[in-house]
Design a protein. Sequence first.
Length: 241
Amino acid sequence: MAEIQIGAQDRVFVLTGAGISAESGLPTFRAEDGLWAGYRIEDVCTPEAWQRNPAGVWAFYSARRQSAQSAQPNPAHQSLAKLESEIGDRFFLCTQNVDDLHERAGTKRLLHMHGELAKSRCERECGRPPIEDRAVYASLTEVGRCPCGGRMRPHIVFFGEMPLEMNRIQREIAKTTIMIVVGTSGSVYPAASFVQWARQSGARTVYIGPEPPLNAEAFTQIVSGKAGEVIPGLFALQGMR
Ligand SMILES: NC(=O)c1ccc[n+]([C@@H]2O[C@H](COP(=O)([O-])OP(=O)(O)OC[C@H]3O[C@@H](n4cnc5c(N)ncnc54)[C@H](O)[C@@H]3O)[C@@H](O)[C@H]2O)c1
Ligand SMILES: [Zn+2]
């Protein structure tokens, strides 16, 4: 069986995508039709969609909140949390997912580069931070407003918007010696470039998933299989007790 050797000096950067939550019952984009949970991205996940039809955007993200709340972390989320508990601050996880299955599995050093389903923020960039919000809205009239008057929107990076905390991500990638990428098609940028950045600083790069990603050639190792089946038992820690 394939193993990923992690030495006492190694620093691990994990990037996850929709595939890691697939075995928890949350749909990925379907490669052939580009739909997410039956919706066209441009209708529900762009700044234009928000301007044109905020009720439709909230209906979509309310449904995503509802399914994420009933989903449970799977063995892939759990194994990554266990790895963090063993190597501590030599571990960092960046997820493209907006669900909270990594934190519910126990991951602490975690960054949601595309936002979080369980938060909302002001649609005007008025400077107030995102707030916790797990509400499932039946209509737009239920959606609150910021003290500045702006309508609250999902704390989600829409397609065409800048991912969050890119400086911190770049600093973490520069330090990493092993990049592990799980369940992402390699089609959404800048996340699809992370593996190249890690290679430039000499890191080993491993992809885990049932099919090769679009940027497969950038990886030094491919572990083929479903995340929840192959990740448990995959890491071999060396030189540690
Ligand atoms: N759960 C979520 O939060 C969620 C779900 C769908 C989409 N999204 C958003 O949409 C974008 C999607 O891009 P993406 O690259 O993450 O997803 P994607 O849907 O483009 O690709 C999913 C990838 O997961 C792989 N996969 C499928 N089943 C798997 C399994 N059991 N184990 C491991 N891999 C598996 C597929 O082969 C595919 O390469 C992201 O930006 C994300 O924010 C989020
Ligand atoms: Zn505001």
